[in-house]
Design a binder for this molecule. Structure first.
Ligand code: SF4
Length: 328
């Protein structure tokens, strides 16, 4: 049980808030990406060059990723300008292809045809929830039906589809999140990202938090919900390529301008929680008094024993024998 990573380098290009006319309550793109100004073609070039130079394994596949805003919401000429820069590197054989992230309501047959012509191969959709009430409360400005239509079109045009879903949106519950996952699975994404909702200063959610209209999840709840969602995806052989936002200088548990289930090891907590659940299931089936030795692959041992071995006492409580964890 582990997060599967594609065996490739991803060159991330952040295009903060450009192209997006929405104000989702949880969003503050400038804060998320750490960028505050418009991105130029030269910026894109510089960023690509910087990454290409940095990569040690020159033979490994490389992909350029336009993240951070709603790429297909940009003016078409801006999309094309950025895509052309990326294609300079594809033409030189230095990069394989391109991935973008966008909103479900910014997908059309025309847009997909253009993206296809410029070697975009992966499209990640910000789904967030498949519950219309939750989407409305989050001021997403699109419906679950928009997700269905966009996902079907993306699949029809032969792109790899990605879904991003959120844990802990206003009015959301574990049941609604699992329903979101089930509806997402029906749309056959190849990969998924699961993000807990953080309350960022200067976002609408911050005002809702300060006025008491929104209470963020506790970390434990956010971990339990993401665990259930992760398991559902994995059961259907859908890769979960990220759990939680990456810790950065701005996005971290020490930043007072971010509230909610903010922790620097969310992914590890989720994976450890799942590993603990499965291990406890096995222990509960074992006969009392016998020593249990759990053999696990080296890369999973930290998840099984938990941070500072916190899972071990839980394995031993309620079981009269000794429980040991060993590397397989
Ligand atoms: S659509 Fe995306 S970029 Fe735009 S406000 Fe919402 S989350 Fe932010």
């Amino acid at each position: 049980m582990h997060i599967k990573k594609d065996n490739m380098y991803i060159i991330p290009i952040f295009i903060p808030h450009r192209g997006c006319k929405n104000e989702c309550v949880f969003c503050n793109q400038r804060k998320i990406s750490g960028e505050t100004r418009d991105v130029t073609e030269q910026d894109v070039r510089n960023e690509i060059e910087k990454h290409l130079e940095m990569y040690k394994d020159k033979s490994k596949t490389k992909q350029i990723a336009f993240f951070g805003g709603s790429f297909t919401g940009l003016e078409m000429e801006d999309q094309v300008r950025f895509l052309k820069v990326a294609n300079e590197y594809i033409d030189k054989g230095l990069v394989k292809d391109i991935r973008i992230s966008t909103r479900p309501d910014y997908i059309s047959e025309l847009i997909l045809k253009i993206l296809k012509g410029y070697n975009v191969s992966v499209i990640e959709l910000g789904v967030q929830s498949m519950d219309d009430e939750v989407l409305l409360k989050a001021k997403r400005g699109h419906t679950a039906e928009d997700v269905v239509k966009a996902s079907n079109l993306i699949n029809k045009y032969g792109f790899e589809l990605g879904h991003q879903v959120m844990v802990g949106l206003p009015e959301s519950t574990l049941e609604k999140e699992l329903e979101t996952v089930r509806k997402s699975i029906e749309l056959k994404p190849k990969m998924v990202r699961i993000y807990p909702v953080y309350v960022l200063k200067e976002s609408k959610l911050w005002d809702m938090y300060e006025s008491g209209e929104y209470t963020p999840l506790e970390i434990e709840d956010a971990v339990n919900r993401a665990s259930a969602m992760y398991e559902e995806y994995i059961k259907h052989n859908i890769k979960v390529i990220r759990i939680g936002l990456q810790t950065t200088e701005e996005i971290n548990s020490k930043n007072e301008d971010i509230k909610g289930p903010v922790t620097d090891n969310y992914k590890e907590q989720v994976l450890s929680n799942i590993a603990k659940k499965h291990t406890l299931d096995k222990i509960n089936k074992a006969k009392d008094n016998r020593e249990i030795i759990i053999k696990v692959p080296e890369e999973q041992i930290n998840y099984i024993v938990g941070a500072k071995k916190s899972n071990i006492p839980q394995y031993e409580s309620g079981y009269s024998g000794k429980v040991r964890v060993k590397i397989r």
